[in-house]
Design a protein around this ligand. Structure first.
Ligand code: NAD
Length: 297
């Protein structure tokens, strides 16, 4: 079993680390928030008070932070982890960040004799808890083969998108589509409810019809329709509006770089940005339903 360091124990990182512990790995953990480290320790992780201490003796390092800026600071700043890892160490970044930053990290890692792969995830907190995430990997064939068995403990699909950065490009495309699906699903449900339909009945009808999508099947935005979704728990936990705004920004940058039109993504970005500015950045992204259905809590 590998000695794995896991950095970033938020909504996604903590349940992912828990699955590695369940699989029998020794997992050394660090997060800026001591409570998150304590929660991981209660699940069997080895707690540390700095990232440098957490990676000592590790042959695999996994990070799950919010942004590319945080990832650059973690690995490549003056005191960054790249200078502390033994040559041959495998670094897997599961955060959703800029493809360019992932490529830059991979180049720097190579200079330190390390393997760096971008492996953003899809499947949400429920997927992280159940160990059913989809990993979308950017790496060489050899690096993908090294990362695959580790990621398989936390997900049911590990997909190779292409070379470094390709995982992040694919993830940005996916989340552009997810954002548009969420906005359109909120819109359709609110429209039906405004005309007297029951949200659960309408949801069931859409699920059995051509408008069905991942949001309708797994992440209904109307409180009370699905017991386990953030919508039924005050829109807490899950995937924050601020993170969806970040991901739509990543998609917009890709669109500018290639000149590809993204009018649907732009509309979704405007909606989520407006919702964020109204003070809902910390809520789950399905809280966009409140934008349509005023007074809903
Ligand atoms: P989160 O905010 O819940 O967790 C991030 C954690 O990183 C926090 O606990 C924070 O304290 C910690 N952190 C930040 N900087 C750190 C540092 N330098 N050292 C150690 N810890 C640090 O975010 P999340 O929802 O877990 O998302 C993590 C990443 O996964 C994001 O890039 C997000 O876009 C992506 N993602 C999230 C979901 C989801 O449903 N939440 C789904 C797919 C992908």
């Amino acid at each position: 079993m590998a000695m794995i360091a896991f950095i970033g124990l938020g909504n996604m990182g903590l349940p992912m680390a828990a699955n590695l512990i369940r699989a029998g790995h020794q997992v050394q953990v660090y997060d800026l928030q001591p409570e998150a480290v304590s929660r991981a320790a209660a699940l069997g992780a080895i707690p540390h008070t700095t990232a440098v201490a957490a990676v000592s003796h590790a042959n695999v390092v996994i990070s799950m932070l919010q942004s590319g800026q945080q990832i650059e600071a973690l690995y490549s700043s003056n005191k960054g982890l790249f200078g502390h890892l033994a040559p041959g160490c495998l670094v897997i970044d599961c955060s959703t960040i800029e493809a360019d930053t992932a490529r830059k990290m991979a180049d720097m890692a190579t200079k330190h004799g390390l393997d760096f792969v971008d492996a953003p995830v899809s499947g949400g907190v429920a997927g992280a808890e159940a160990g059913t995430l989809t990993f979308i990997v950017g790496a060489s064939e050899e690096q993908f083969a090294r990362a695959q068995p580790v990621l398989a403990h936390m997900g049911k699909k590990v997909l190779h998108a292409g070379p470094h950065g390709a995982g992040q490009v694919a993830k940005a495309c996916n989340n552009l589509l997810l954002a548009a699906q969420m906005a359109a699903s909120c819109e359709a449900l609110n429209l039906g409810m405004a005309h007297g339909l029951d949200a659960a009945v309408l949801s069931e009808i859409i699920q059995q019809s051509s408008g069905n999508n991942w949001v309708m099947e797994h992440y209904n935005p109307v409180p009370g329709v699905m017991e386990s979704t953030p919508a039924s728990h005050g829109y807490h936990g899950g995937f924050q509006v601020s993170l969806m705004c970040k991901d739509l920004g990543l998609a917009m940058s890709l669109s500018q770089a290639s000149g590809s039109p993204v009018p649907m993504g732009s509309a979704a970005r405007a909606l989520f940005s407006f919702h964020h500015s109204a003070g809902h950045g910390g809520l789950d992204f399905s809280s966009l339903f409140r934008f349509y259905h005023q007074g809903e809590d």
